[in-house]
Design a protein around this ligand. Structure first.
Ligand code: NAP
Ligand code: ZN
Ligand code: ZN
Length: 350
């Protein structure tokens, strides 16, 4: 075991502060990684503040990890020291159930081993995430970061990127499809970049008028300020597909009415409060309401390669670790443009 500097919330709603964790020595199949950058996902805030009611403490958040391989176990074949690698939302899974065998580890029937707020394969040792200087992960759950992407901008791809890429692929988005993205935050801005690269006609539905120019820069064709009620009549029955990335509750009935017949809204945002819904907007045009959870390892690598070949990565604000509590507050206020990323060197020197 090796002591590692980290930042943790010791209990729900506590500010994060310095904390020392133990990382295992690399086993034969493990990759030891020196973490360089870690993105800050809104799920980190939800969980550190126990907004979903499933948090375990102390918690070291962080599941958008990029770093350099320092050491590999004797049986590791896919990585070597010096490689730039990524770790996303889970670090293992049962590997035997049908979803695992279909490369859908995020839907593992035994429950994936989350990168943090979870347990290791032994079923009891707590996992700790990327707000830390080092991590040890089985090579089957480690990703390769394309060499042409700046590693700090690539970090958010490990969650925000795959969470938006996976439904765009699952619902087979194609050129000229009219795609709506609800919420222009970390996930939303990746959804715009990815759907635009797939040549869809993208519209951003946002509560923040000040984000219009950025939306267009990311590839959107239209921007709709949803605080202006006119939007909901102007764009009625307009979209082939909608991805809802909002971290707060939206009026689903209003948004569903923007879909064409048989079109789908996929929810990826997980607000603290449950949705409520009148059935009519679904029934009247056979519209569909669906959900989607991150993506499997194979698809995550496919997404990273897609981003590499299209030169896509996140727009970020790099922060030292001691700004993390301020960053959480700014994220909740919607002030992030468009992802905070922690420079983990600040944790090494401190
Ligand atoms: P974020 O960067 O904070 O962005 C969320 C955006 O949602 C905000 O920028 C804002 O966009 C919009 N928004 C916030 N509150 C709203 C409200 N009350 N009504 C309407 N719009 C609102 O968060 P994120 O990191 O992208 O995460 C978004 C959500 O996805 C979180 O709930 C997170 O937990 C969840 N998530 C899910 C998965 C998954 O696998 N399904 C993976 C990662 C994250 P505008 O200013 O443009 O309105
Ligand atoms: Zn996330
Ligand atoms: Zn499984």
């Amino acid at each position: 075991m090796k002591p590692v500097n980290a930042y943790a919330a010791e209990k729900a709603k506590d500010p994060l502060k310095p904390f020392v964790i133990q990382r295992r020595d690399p086993g034969p199949h493990d990759v030891a990684i020196e973490i360089l950058y870690c993105g800050v996902c809104h799920s980190d805030v939800h969980q550190a503040r126990d907004e979903w009611g499933n948090s375990t403490f102390p918690m070291v958040p962080g599941h958008e990890i990029v770093g350099k391989v320092t050491q590999t176990g004797a049986s590791v074949t896919r990585f070597k020291a010096g490689d730039m690698v990524g770790v996303g939302c889970f670090v293992d899974s049962c590997r035997e159930c049908q979803p695992c065998r279909q490369h859908l580890q995020q839907y593992c029937e035994k429950g994936m081993n989350l990168t943090y707020n979870g347990v290791e394969k032994d079923g009891k040792t707590a996992t700790y995430g990327g707000y830390s200087t080092n991590i040890v992960v089985d090579e089957n759950y480690v990703l390769t970061i394309p060499a042409n992407l700046p590693p700090e901008n690539a970090a958010p791809l490990l969650c925000a990127g795959i969470t938006t890429y996976s439904p765009l692929r699952q619902w087979k988005i194609k050129p000229r499809d009219k795609v709506a993205v609800v919420g222009l935050g970390g996930l939303g801005h990746m959804a715009v970049k990815l759907a635009s690269a797939m040549e869809a006609e993208v519209t951003v539905l946002s509560t923040s008028d000040s984000k219009k120019n950025d939306a267009m820069k990311f590839g959107a064709k239209h921007f709709v300020n949803t605080r202006d009620g006119k939007a909901f009549t102007e764009y009625a029955n307009f979209f082939d597909f909608m991805i809802n990335t909002a971290s707060g509750n939206i009026n689903l009935e209003h948004y569903l009415q923007l879909l064409k017949q048989d079109a789908t809204m996929v929810c990826v945002g997980v607000p603290e409060q449950p949705f409520s819904l009148n059935a009519f907007p679904l029934i009247m045009k056979r519209r569909r309401l669906a959900g989607s959870l991150i993506g499997g390892i194979k698809e995550t690598q496919e997404m990273l390669n897609f981003c590499g070949s299209h030169g896509i990565s996140a727009d970020i604000e790099l922060i030292p670790i001691n700004k993390i509590n301020e960053a959480y507050d700014r994220m909740v206020k919607g002030e992030v443009r468009y992802r905070f990323v922690i420079d983990i060197n600040s944790l090494r020197s401190g």
